[in-house]
Design a protein. Sequence first.
Length: 159
Amino acid sequence: MNTIIRPATKEDIQLINDMAQIAFRTTYREMLSPEQIDYMMDWMYSLPSLEKQMAQGHSYFLAYRNEAPCGYISIEGNKLQKLYVLPDHQGKGLGKVLFEYATAHLRSKGAKSMILNVNRDNKAVEFYKKMGMSILSRGDFHIGSGYYMNDYIMSLDLL
C-alpha cells in the first residue's frame, strides 16, 4: 500500500484533533477512565494545546493512504511523543512505516537514540519491542487533576 507522510502545519491542527478523537480514545478506552481520557484529550489535543506544542518545537507528521489521513506521529527533540494509527488502518503495516519514518527523521537530525513513553498496559509495548526498543525504566507521572500516566520509558539506539 502506498503511504505518503508529510509534515503537519498549523492548518492541520483540526485534522490532528479529529484523528486523535478516534485513535487516542480507541487506544485507551480499556485502560483509562472516560474522565481521564477526556482530561488527556483536552491536555494534549485541544486546538490551543496542539498550536502551543507546534510553537514549542513538536514536529507532527501525517500519514495518508489512498489520499485519506490514517495516522500521525509527533517528535520533540529525540523523543517520539505520539504514534497513532486510526483503527481501520491498524494491522496493515502503517505503525511500522510511521516508526521507521520517525527513526529516519531523528537520524537525519543527528540523534543518537530515540526515547518514548508508553502506557505499561498498552499493547503497543510489544510492537515497540518488536521494532527494537528496550525498556529503560518505568515512571508514574502526575499530569494534573489527580491523574497519572503509568509508563514504560523505552529507548532505541539510532547509531
